[in-house]
Design a protein around this ligand. Structure first.
Ligand code: THU
Length: 137
């Protein structure tokens, strides 16, 4: 799948964002190495801390369906309405990526639109990250 299609899926996922407290709506689309796509949105909570980010929603959906190998994720986020800027993944989501992805090859697309995006590897976004290899797994 090309980058544009993955970003389009993230924009679709953002439509389902449940963000009544922050009004900050995020969508993510996670691409497996086999070419399947799992979408996720942020899901907030009146008690605040149970809130789940879009990226982790996508990962947990995929992992719970048995997926273990991932190629890329596209992320779009911003205040309700049209996306106008980049919404980079939070530290907790980067750490979840670190659990399942090769930091040198996993690609993170932070997008405003299908045409406007930046691309980084997980290693670039989480330098010297702690992961399964540190526990010799
Ligand atoms: N959010 C995400 O979905 N992904 C991120 O990486 C950053 C933050 C959500 C959580 C919360 O619902 C809203 O954005 C404001 O922080």
């Amino acid at each position: 799948m090309d980058n544009q299609s993955l970003i389009k899926a993230a924009l679709e996922a953002r439509e389902n964002a449940y963000a009544p407290y922050s009004d900050f709506c995020v969508g993510a689309a996670l691409l497996t190495k086999e070419g399947r796509v799992y979408k996720g949105c942020n899901i907030e909570n009146a008690s605040y801390t149970p809130t789940n980010c879009a990226e982790r929603t996508a990962f947990f959906k995929a992992v719970s369906e048995g997926e273990r190998t991932f190629a890329a994720i596209a992320i779009v986020g911003g205040a309700k309405g049209k996306v106008t800027g980049y919404a980079a993944p939070c530290g907790v989501c980067r750490q979840v990526m670190m659990e399942f992805c090769d930091p040198k090859t996993f690609r993170i697309l932070v997008a405003v639109s299908e045409e406007e995006y930046v691309e980084h590897t997980l290693e670039e976004m989480l330098p010297m990250g702690f992961g399964p290899v540190n526990l010799h797994k």
